[in-house]
Design a protein around this ligand. Sequence first.
Ligand code: SF4
Length: 201
Amino acid sequence: MQNVSISKGNSKMGRIASVSLPAGITCNPSAPCYKACYARRLAARRQNVRDAYERNWEVYQTHPDIYKLQVKAAAATQRFFRYHVSGDIPDMDYLRMMVEIARELPLTGFMAFTKQYELVNEWIAENGPLPQNLQVLFSVWRNFDCPNPYNLPEAHVAYRDGFHTARSDAYHCHKNCTECCLMGKGCWNLKPGEQVEIDEH
Ligand code: SF4
């Protein structure tokens, strides 16, 4: 049995732990951002990163109970935990697992960006709101419809060519997640309907 690989942080997130999956195979197949995907390009360059994401995917597919146990154990000691620096919510069972973990660990704040809009909307339609400590942001991409009937917070891109989709009141990302979490700002703290704008990687 392989272990799930948990990242202890990176230069942008600081010491915020995360679990990731391979980009592409776990993403919304309609999403148009595959070519521009920073996570995919990073994994393509770094074998150890690619191996870690693929191992996580393998564990989830073959032993989802073990995947859940290990993610939960890693998150249990954290105040903040991030899903998917790479990859996305692959299916409804995975989203259910994220909800279960959040309910079982009410003192940990979880956060995920997703373009799996329909999956999340369907879950909310059937089950009601997500747990308050599971912050799911709809990740908006230009020319890609983002149905958001439940008014979830949104993450928008400030494109290198100057194009914006965010409203003027969006919070602009300053690339220090630890500071955001400590100061009660940014992604973990957005209210329904609020937006964050993040520079294109
Ligand atoms: S807004 Fe803050 S929490 Fe969100 S990505 Fe930027 S630095 Fe991280």
